[in-house]
Structure formats: C-alpha cells, structure tokens
Ligand binder design. Structure first.
Ligand SMILES: O=C(O)C(=O)[C@@H](O)CO
Ligand SMILES: [Mg+2]
Length: 263
C-alpha cells in the first residue's frame, strides 16, 4: 500500500492550518506537509496533529518577502543573518510539532558567484542545528518555469551539494516528480541513481500541476515503481485542485492500492 501526505500549502489553502490538518485526516490522508506554518503557533499545530493522528512530514523555511520576489534566502550572500534566523525558526517549529524534516529554501540567484558557497555554509549551519533537534534537512530542485531564477535547478546539482557536504546523513533531496519531469524526466532511472539521498517524494500532474490521473506522467505505474526501487516514505500530493479538494480526491483510493502489476 502506498502512503500519502496532503500538501497543505496547496490543499485547502483557504482554511487555517489547524482546519487543514483536520480536513486531511477526514479525507483519509496518512500524513501532512506544509510550506509555511508560521502564522499558527506550534502548540496548536502539534495539538491538531495529535488529535488527527497525522504526522507532519516537512515544512519549509520562510521564503523572505515573496511580494518583492524572494523565494528563499539561504543562498543570498547579503542576507545570511535573516536566512539563519529562518533556519533556526523552522527547526524549532519542526522539533515542537515532531516534523520529520525542514526544507531549506535556496532562493533566486542574482548571478553573484558567492551564492553557491553561501548556500553550502547555511546548509552546514542548518545541519548542525537539525542534528540536535532530530530533524532532517531537505533541499529541492525547482523547475525554472515555476520558479524563475531559483538557484537549485537540477537533481544532479542537489546530489552534488550532498557530496560536497560529505554525504551528511541528515541532508536529503526532495524528489518532486512535477519539477523533475519538467527538467529532464526519466524519473525512475534518476530516482534509482540517487535513491540513497532522497528524503521525500512529491507529485502532481504535468504540465498542469493538478490532481494526478491526467497529463504526461502515469503515477499509477510510477509510484509503485518508486516504492519497488526502495522508497519507503510518504508521497506528497503537492498540486492545485482543479475545483475543490474533495471533488478531485478520487485519485487517493485508486493510487493507494496501485501496483506494478496494474489494476
Ligand atoms: O514548490 C514546490 O515544489 C515546493 O515543494 C515548495 O516547498 C517550494 O519550494
Ligand atoms: Mg515540491
């Protein structure tokens, strides 16, 4: 059986976080994940998770000022203090709610050659804090159509960062099938090439980023194949519903029991 996490950054995004967690529980999800939970006190999030029995798989560091174009801070040489505050805040929040991991958002490149080292230094700093808190650090390559200018654009670059940081066991890559299909595809083989580094898998239809079941990726085949290749975690449903979440949730039961042998 496949296990699914509801991405509360996109699902029920009109509701407060506590209500989103309860909605995910009522809809039959196995876990949740969120982008930016910080408007909700961690104690309230923890209580909602306990009430529903759901686990929070991951949260992101604050992205900075998105209205001004920020999408993460960790590679920006002029904003190291702000980036490290965001990292400390995310790790403390994750520890309080028992989340598995924190996605440290790299940010958009302005072409400054110091960005790569800034990202590495901030990740090393995050790994020191996260180790003490029992939380993993995730990095996520994003496609340039959705996230123009984002520093981390490829799975292979993310794997290179892991190598540079001595394959630290607390540093993992977010394998978002949506972004990785747009930037090269060949999803199963690329998963296998980097299997030991993958901390979490997300998915959505491509190219629309809506419910699975349409589009160019056959998740009824791919998700069981990823599981057969060794992935044991939750599959994060990070898509924008076509109408309401509930109307589009037919995929949950059918994908949960998908097997490599087909229906
Ligand atoms: O956009 C995505 O994909 C995400 O997973 C967010 O966490 C932003 O990086
Ligand atoms: Mg993603």
């Amino acid at each position: 059986m496949l296990k699914f996490s509801a991405n509360l950054g996109f699902l029920w995004s009109d509701l407060p976080l506590v209500e989103r967690i309860h909605a995910a529980g009522a809809a039959g999800f196995d876990a949740v994940e969120d982008h930016f939970p910080y408007d909700t006190p961690a104690a309230e999030t923890r209580a909602a998770l306990a009430e529903t029995g759901l686990r929070m798989v991951s949260i992101n560091t604050r992205p900075g000022d998105m209205a001004a174009g920020d999408f993460g801070l960790a590679s920006l040489p002029s904003r190291v203090t702000e980036a490290q505050e965001a990292i400390a805040e995310a790790i403390e929040y994750a520890e309080t709610i028992g989340a598995n991991s924190v996605h440290v958002m790299a940010g958009r490149s302005a072409g400054d050659p110091a960005e790569a080292d800034t990202f590495l230094n901030n990740l090393a700093h995050a790994l020191r804090l996260a180790g003490a808190a029992g939380v993993d650090i995730l990095i996520e390559p994003l496609n340039p159509r959705d996230a123009p200018g984002y520093l981390l654009r490829s799975l292979e670059a993310a794997a290179g960062i892991c190598q540079t940081l001595d394959n630290h066991p607390g540093l993992k890559v977010m394998f978002d099938c949506y972004h990785l299909q747009i930037t090269g595809g060949d999803l199963l083989t690329r998963y296998r090439n980097h299997a030991g580094r993958i901390g979490h898998i997300q998915f959505a239809s491509v190219p629309d980023r809506t419910e699975p079941g349409t589009g160019e990726v056959n998740y009824h085949w791919l998700l069981p194949a990823l599981q057969a290749a060794g992935y044991e975690g939750f599959f994060g449903s990070e898509y924008r519903p076509k109408t309401t979440v509930e109307q589009g949730l037919g995929w949950l039961q059918s994908l949960r029991s998908a097997t490599l042998a087909g229906p």
